[in-house]
Each structure stands twice: as structure tokens, then as C-alpha cells.
Design a protein around this ligand. Structure first.
Ligand SMILES: [Zn+2]
Length: 98
């Protein structure tokens, strides 16, 4: 049976581990504003394709590529081409936590 791109389709929660290595905040609850359709979506609701060579996260509204995350040679490459704004809840400052 031939595999299709739909076989590789997961939601953005599946990208939590790799995004967590880059960002020090909870990435799946960060709100993204799509540059294509202005839809506000938590990262966890974006549509994820692929995980081996990299991840492509698309807008659940218009399908535009919002984020591409790859790790070609021991370093992260993060392309946020389709994210107009990323909104992250502020936590206690590191100074206050000490
Ligand atoms: Zn969109």
C-alpha cells in the first residue's frame, strides 16, 4: 500500500520535544498568528508533517507553511516564514525564581 502525505499528518503537539530543545517556554501553548490568513492558533494545533529530516508545521486554517524546523549538522535551523506574531505567556522572571 502506497503511503501518502496524510499518513504523516500529526498535530503540533508531536513537535513539542524538538521545539522544547530550542525554546525555554512551553511551545505548544504559544499563540501564533498566521501571516497568510491572520488566524490565531496555539502551536499545538498546527498541522505537522514529517519528523525525521525536519518538521513542517502548517496553519490549520489556510494550510500555509508557518514553521520549518530542521537539524542538518548538529545545529537547529528554524524558519518562521509563516508566523507573523508568536505570543508567549510571561512567567516569573529568572531572578524571581532564585
Ligand atoms: Zn493561515
Amino acid at each position: 500500500m502506497e503511503r501518502t502525505t496524510d499518513d504523516l499528518r500529526l498535530d503540533g503537539n508531536a513537535a513539542a520535544g524538538l521545539l522544547g530543545e530550542i525554546f525555554a517556554f512551553e511551545t505548544t501553548t504559544a499563540i501564533t498568528i498566521c501571516s497568510g490568513c491572520d488566524r490565531a492558533s496555539p502551536v499545538g494545533t498546527l498541522v505537522l508533517y514529517g519528523q525525521h529530516m525536519g518538521a513542517v508545521l502548517r496553519c490549520p486554517g489556510c494550510g500555509q507553511v508557518m514553521m520549518v524546523v530542521t537539524r542538518p549538522h548538529g545545529e537547529w535551523w528554524l524558519d518562521l516564514r509563516g508566523v507573523r506574531i508568536m505570543r508567549v505567556a510571561a512567567g516569573p522572571s529568572r531572578d524571581q525564581a532564585r
